[in-house]
Design a protein around this ligand. Structure first.
Ligand code: S3P
Length: 439
């Protein structure tokens, strides 16, 4: 358990660990090349460790040498059947991307996960894979454990996604890499495009265009990828917690270096800008096909906003921390079209609404929306259930920096999923947190 109390100002320079989505993909793409891929700044979180272990089981060699990670793969189509189940732990990205990546190689694998992942829908992956001829047997048709039997004679799909999901898109594209012919994938809104960017960085080709129907991606199969040296930028989703805390705590001024500023990831920055946040973006650069920059944030008085639906996919992981900011803003913040939050590591609409209400905030919510009524002073004084969800835990650790009464957070172990060392880093810039018991 963690006790969180009001802090004085937050200040200083912060370095945030590597981006989670890019880290998973760097390992997977490395394992799809013959030869050595080197990764600098890989996020060493529980989720990414699951992907490392999984590709090792599929035949790749992955090791850390002199602070960098090295991946030696066997090329597209080179995976071998794992001897044991692939345990994805809490990681939807590991499970969904790897189901796609192995599906067009004639091997079989059993995917399992923890309690939360075993309740998350996998039919969104099974459906396109079935269409190309892959056999998946899932508990109740959609849930882990899943047995997947890959095929060597995949029929490339012309697939239109029902959900805006980068994991589904990536699974289909990774499957298409080892299929004959062209894979076509259509999504209504452009979701995070790290797979497309990294594919090109590894020497592959993909054509993406905006049409009246949405975004269409064409991928020619049987491409050869070339090993690369990758540097992973800092994770904008992890940065959002420190950004939010600095906005809320009076007198704060922090700078976060090298944040990934990919357009498909910065919806949160756009929304807080509308809310009146004082944000400066400096030192814009590009590394390994991804734009990065340093972001300076100063505490600001925020006002409520209507979050445009079009921005939802580009800030899908930032809604818990946005809800916290909304609680402190002047007026109401409306979040609509957020049904995907119900199938994240926890039902994030419910988890956030419950925690905020417990702290005395007025929240209205339904299956696809949440409205938070802002108040200058949030009471707090409660034990908050994180539902073992890393982003809920970090969100309330931020809120506790400004509540009138201290709050307690039910656990902090989940934070290791995406941001190992969060508590220590947060303390370094002045946050007020203390462990109540050792876990
Ligand atoms: C991710 C995509 C998103 C996001 C998740 C990581 C990815 O999930 O929530 O944390 O790396 O592709 P969905 O694809 O389910 O939206």
């Amino acid at each position: 358990m963690i006790k969180v109390q009001r802090s004085k100002k937050l200040s200083g320079f912060v370095s945030i660990p590597g981006d989670k989505s890019i880290s998973h993909r760097a390992i997977i793409f490395g394992s799809l090349c013959v030869g050595k891929t080197t990764i600098t700044g890989l996020l060493e979180s529980e989720d990414v460790k699951r992907t490392i272990e999984a590709v090792r089981q599929l035949g790749a060699k992955v090791e850390k040498k002199n602070g960098k990670w090295e991946v030696y793969g066997f090329g597209v189509g080179g995976f071998t059947s794992p001897e044991n189940v692939i345990d994805c732990g809490n990681s939807g990205t590991t499970c969904r991307l790897l189901m796609g990546a192995i599906s067009t190689t004639p091997i079989s694998a059993i995917f399992v996960g923890d309690k939360s992942l075993s309740q998350r829908p996998m039919d969104r992956i099974i459906e396109p894979l079935s269409e190309i001829g892959v056999k998946c047997t899932a508990r109740e048709g959609s849930f882990l454990p899943i047995t997947l039997e890959g095929t060597s004679s995949a029929i490339p799909p012309d697939f239109e996604s029902r959900v805006d999901s980068a994991q589904v898109k990536s699974a289909v594209l990774l499957a298409g890499l080892n299929s004959r012919g062209t894979t076509k994938y259509v999504e209504k809104t452009l979701t995070r495009d790290h797979t497309e960017r990294m594919l090109m960085f590894f020497g592959g080709k993909i054509k993406s265009e905006k049409t009246d129907n949405g975004y269409v991606h064409y991928l020619q199969g049987l491409q050869e990828l070339k090993p690369q040296e990758i540097t992973v930028p800092s994770d904008p989703s992890s940065a959002s917690f420190f950004i939010a805390a600095a906005l809320m705590v009076e007198g704060s001024d922090i700078t976060i270096k090298n944040i990934c500023m990919n357009e498909t990831r910065i919806g949160f920055l756009k929304v807080i800008d509308k809310m009146g946040a004082s944000i400066e973006v400096n030192n814009k650069k590009t590394i390994c096909g991804e734009p990065i920059a340093d972001v300076r944030v100063k505490s600001s008085r925020l006002k409520g906003v209507k979050v445009p639906k079009s921005l939802v996919p580009s800030m899908i992981d930032e809604f818990p921390i946005l809800a916290v900011l909304a609680a402190l803003a002047e007026g109401e913040t409306e979040m609509k079209g957020i049904e995907e939050l119900k199938v994240k590591e926890s039902d994030r609409i419910f988890s956030m609404a419950k925690g905020l209400r417990d702290c005395g905030v007025n929240v209205f919510f339904g299956d696809d929306y949440m409205t938070v009524k802002g108040t200058r002073e949030v009471r707090g004084g409660q034990l908050i259930n994180t539902f073992s969800d890393h982003r809920i835990a970090m969100s309330f650790m931020c809120l506790g920096q400004v509540t009138q009464k201290p709050i307690e957070i039910s656990e902090s172990a989940s934070v290791g999923t995406s941001f190992p060392g969060f508590v220590e880093k947060f303390k370094e810039i002045g946050a007020n947190l203390s462990s109540q018991t050792s876990r």
